[in-house]
Design a binder for this molecule. Structure first.
Ligand code: ZN
Length: 445
């Protein structure tokens, strides 16, 4: 057998084990009994150790040096394996292990500090995480920009400088737009109680219309909506608020966007390096296209209004135009995950600037709270009232996820670009959306 065949057989097992690890994570958020959490963390840790050892296995280097790809897809597989292997090999095993260990503990410290509104309780742990990530970034960058080296993990080829340019152009316009929208009278929201079963049934109906394949997926309830898996098993979660049906409907539609992207990959690529999304930003572009560009469009909300009236009766909105405004409401708030299209990217830019400065060493964790609060006031016009509404709100930094936040905005921007091209190619798009049928758009994607 050539190096290529050996390498692919080895890689396929690694990909399968990575799917197993993901499924354990899914189970933890949906089904796992509470008392199992310590054992589960050990189970996941053991699997991660196996995965890290396989990704840095010295045989990969030998196989890569001998492997001849039979075709262009094979070349892409080799390129992706080489990329992961080169990156993983630059990070000393001791450092990788320490990062895994410290970040797994840091998440608990962060959760407790957030619950107690105690920034000081989190800072020593965050300082450790930042020190380790700086070390990792330096090892990966090899003299280049350390933040870019981390970003490259989530958005290959992207740089902090390119994103800073983009954000510089967006930020003043978004701040001005935010002020203008919030200065105008707020549109009416929906009122009433929306039963959980009916919301979930409607969410399933919409997921089906957007092309979610139930034979290769399922929806369950979880605290945080997410999608996980690839190939023939792509699951999503959602959540329900009985007073805010948009929460469930649009969270579901967002995750369906992620899931349909994975389900759309050629089945022949399942469990291979080319069998998954291209980058975090591209992934997010699909979810944002489903959720916002299509799901919150005037045409689709027109259909949704009628359908919701059939399911829930009167909920205080007189017509489809009012419903469109309600579904696109902009409201003041501190929390990124609850924010709307106007304010979401401002939340991301704030985190991008702070985490980039942290990794480059131009600020320290002790400066973070003041820097956060000053910036928040400048962009959002209000003072942060408590740490859980400020720098303690997101889990990312405790997990060591530096360089991840900007991919959310990249996803929004890619989605806007895709939508422009999609509309140019599909002039009748709105006629389908107005019937609750997005298949022209999902087919195009
Ligand atoms: Zn997403």
């Amino acid at each position: 057998m050539s190096g290529f065949k050996d390498l692919m057989a080895f890689q396929r097992q690694t990909e399968a084990l990575a799917q197993v690890a993901g499924r354990l994570g899914w189970d933890q958020e949906t089904m796992m009994p509470e008392g199992a959490s310590a054992q589960r963390s050990e189970e996941i840790g053991a699997l991660e150790a196996v995965l890290h050892a396989r990704r840095t296995d010295a045989r990969i280097g030998v196989w890569l040096s001998r492997a001849k790809a039979p075709d262009a897809v094979g070349e892409a597989k080799l390129r992706l394996i080489r990329r992961v292997y080169t990156r993983a090999s630059k990070v000393p095993g001791r450092l990788a292990e320490e990062i895994a260990c410290v970040t797994s503990l840091a998440q608990g410290v962060w959760a407790e500090a957030r619950a107690k509104e105690n920034v000081a309780a989190f800072l020593p742990t965050l300082a450790k995480v930042v020190a380790l990530k700086r070390e990792e970034a330096a090892a990966l960058a090899g003299g280049g920009d350390p933040y870019d080296a981390l970003v490259d993990d989530y958005e290959p080829g992207m740089t902090g400088a390119a994103m800073a340019d983009m954000f510089r152009a967006m930020r003043p316009r978004l701040v001005a737009l935010r002020e203008k929208v919030l200065g105008a009278p707020a549109p009416k929201g929906v009122i009433g109680r929306f039963g959980q079963d009916a919301q979930l049934a409607l969410s399933r109906e919409i997921a089906t219309a957007f092309g979610y394949d139930w034979n290769r997926g399922r929806i369950d309830l979880a605290v945080h909506p997410f999608s996980s898996g690839s190939g023939h098993d792509v699951r999503i979660t959602t959540r329900v608020s009985e007073t805010d049906p948009f929460n469930c409907l649009y969270s579901t539609l967002h995750e369906v966007g992620h899931a349909v992207y994975e389900q759309g990959v050629d089945p022949a690529y399942a469990l291979t390096p080319v069998g998954q999304g291209a980058s975090m930003g591209v992934h997010e572009s699909q979810s944002r296209t489903f959720e916002n560009q299509l799901g919150r469009s005037r045409a689709f909300t027109g259909w949704l209004y009628g359908r919701m009236r059939e399911v829930f009766g009167d909920f205080g909105i007189a017509d489809a135009e009012g419903f469109y405004r309600a579904a696109n409401r902009v409201h003041p708030g501190y929390i990124r995950t609850e924010s709307d299209e106007v304010q979401y990217n401002l939340h991301v830019m704030l985190r991008f600037d702070l985490e980039r400065a942290l990794i480059r060493g131009t600020i320290e964790v002790g400066d973070l709270q003041e820097a956060w609060n000053t910036r928040f006031r400048a962009d959002f016009g209000v003072a942060v009232d408590r740490p859980s509404n400020g720098m303690l709100q997101d889990v990312h930094w405790s997990c060591g996820l530096f360089g991840y936040f900007p991919t959310y905005t990249l996803g929004n921007v890619y989605a806007g670009c895709l939508m422009q091209a999609l509309r140019a190619d599909l002039p009748d798009l709105d006629a389908g959306l107005a019937r609750g049928d997005p298949s022209a758009a999902t087919g195009w994607l």
